[in-house]
Design a protein around this ligand. Sequence first.
Ligand SMILES: [Zn+2]
Length: 551
Amino acid sequence: MYTNDIHGYFFPKKSKLTKETYEVGGMEYLSSYASILRSEFKNFIWLDGGDIFQGGFETKLSNGTLMTKYFNYENISASTIGNHEWDFGQNYLKDRLKESNFPYIVSNIFSTSMKSNKVFENQITYKIFNINEIKLGVIGVTTLYTKNTTKGDLHGIKIIEYEDIIKQYTKLLRNEFNVNAVILLFHGGLICKNNNKTKNILELKLWNVNNSNNYCDGYGELDIFLKNYFKDVNDNKNVSDESKIDLILSAHTHAPNHYFFNYLPVVANINNGKYFSVVYLSFDDDGKLNANDVNIESPIPVCSEVFSEVKQCDLKTLRNKYDFYGEMRKFSFHGITIEKNNFVQDEFIFFRNLTKQYENMKIIKIDSDLYTDKLKETPLGNFLADFMRNYTNSDVAIVNSGVCRSMWQKGMVNGKMVEDMFPFEDTITTVLMTGKELIKTLETIQTGSNQIFEVSNLIQFMDRKKKKLINVTFSDGSLIDENKEYKIAVTYFLLPNYGDEFNGIKSFYPHVKNLELHGDYTPIIFHHLQEMKEFNVKDYYNDKKLRMNFV
Ligand SMILES: [Zn+2]
């Protein structure tokens, strides 16, 4: 069983996207799946790909222990360290690792003295699982972009290139320990160029090398690794047997994936515990892995009910991909209907009560009513854009006001009001664009036809009649250099998903450059508002110096 990027989403979330109310995600449901698999297969292990405890409110309030306690409860086999595990500092990470009764397998995190790649207690470089006569060797590495994608302090820590390390440990496992298969936990993701061609990636079934024509022509961290590790992508023989990897469990980019790279199965799940996968490995009598007979059951939906036609519940993923989803029905997994595991619910009731308290928690005092307006800039929209730019240290930020779904009246805002304002799960991302691409992007999205995008560090002039952007500079009046590359902060929905008007930029910006994920939007905003204590409109809105001017 494989999970990744659960990001602290312990409790199911009520879906607000259809008329019917149902629950999406939630460890109370995930646990029921694990029970089914455990009773069905004696040879069951559960691996997790990292980014466990940073995210959902419930883990923020519990300092992340909610997820480690849950994984302890499930007795999972191992996890690895994702970039967001660092977000709250090294002591916090140390505590989470210490309280876990499962190991964190990662071999490219060193102390700067480079003496050891066992920085934390409970961080190990490999683990061998003895399952009857079969020995499974598991190794792990984490993203080289950790420092760009965590707010946490990496002082004294060095995360190093992993290709040689992977080879080294794979050889060790094969030559010294005679393992029957090597599994690589890779917290660093895939970014595929061919998203539209792999539409059936969301179809739940048993995928194997014979029926899967999915592939990933990508430029993400894992794609680059795969292309280097297997120099000639058409010839698996270039990798010596002793450095052969049999399964890659990937994470980090929050995109669903399952495909075979020259027989090498690669699996990744969508974030926030909404999906997981099961990989079935079979061995012949001499313990040789049957590469032809590796099956990936994916993506398995975690929810109270699924749409019967598509066996999924997360409309955010489904949107625009199918015309008809079917009726909502409870999901049957291996012949057993999925219900909440009530025992998990009872066991973690303390945390549930804790999250109820946050609803009344005083978060921030605002000096004026706040709302967004699709057709003009607002203090709230400007604040969001400024916040995203500062948080990610970007040159420019662009945000769709659609992320805000409520209004706040002057006075005190509480936790419930924050959640109502930002009900959607989205991730803050950054990409690189040349000045030319940035200008073309603004010209494409800022037509005013459906919405005005809120920005940070730009001054724009639009011809309202012609619905055309006629001029744009930086806030200080300086020009955008067409040839220079700028770092742009957006949300995952806009890029790399090309949502809303960003769909129109595909023609000249067909795939994102240097994508970085900076964490889950709502909890980060929540935390930031809490620290601000007071919101003064004048800090974000100046009618003498508007960011969008209509002429
Ligand atoms: Zn990550």
